[in-house]
Design a protein around this ligand. Structure first.
Ligand code: ATP
Ligand code: MG
Length: 139
């Protein structure tokens, strides 16, 4: 998965780092949807981080949970927008640059919650964004 973004990261001049702890573990479920959800979060980070920026994908596990954290040091998201990020209705009328993947954060949350997981987003304008995906371990 990372390989797909490495190329793009290179051409964009951003650093992409992947750290997977041995404790990570596995998740049972619809692999395609879970992958789409994670890829979308990475896609956002890579897309919004400017040249010279950094995107980190970190995976770790506890005995119950698989946690994947995607963080970046990009522009961040202002609080007014943050409250609407996961609201699928708020997306209507938004200009998706024509080239939108069509997934978006509302569907990311839907896919993750369908697997018993949670999605949290913490963002500070000018500082960056952290998205945490927690999923129940299935191994
Ligand atoms: N990592 C991030 N850094 C800065 N802004 C972000 C980040 N992730 C999301 N955003 C902001 O949140 C908005 C909503 O993201 P979302 O993924 O739901 O839709 P989108 O990326 O605009 O469109 P689509 O996902 O359909 O291509 C983005 O347009 C962007 O303004
Ligand atoms: Mg997006």
């Amino acid at each position: 998965m990372a390989a797909k973004y490495e190329e793009r990261a290179k051409t964009q001049g951003i650093t992409l780092a992947l750290t997977l702890r041995p404790s990570l573990g596995a998740v049972k479920g619809d692999e395609r949807r879970l992958r789409q959800a994670l890829e979308h979060v990475v896609d956002n980070a890579v897309r919004f981080v400017p040249t010279g920026g950094r995107v980190l994908i970190h995976g770790e596990g506890t005995h119950k949970t698989v946690r994947i954290v995607v963080s970046d040091d990009g522009p961040g998201i202002d609080s007014k927008m943050q409250v609407r990020l996961f609201d699928s209705f708020a997306r209507f009328g938004r200009n998706n640059e024509g080239q939108a993947s069509g997934l978006g954060l509302p569907l990311v949350r839907q896919f993750i919650e369908a697997h018993g997981g949670t999605v949290r987003l913490v963002s500070e304008p000018g500082q960056g964004t952290i998205v945490t995906l927690d999923l129940p371990r299935g191994d």
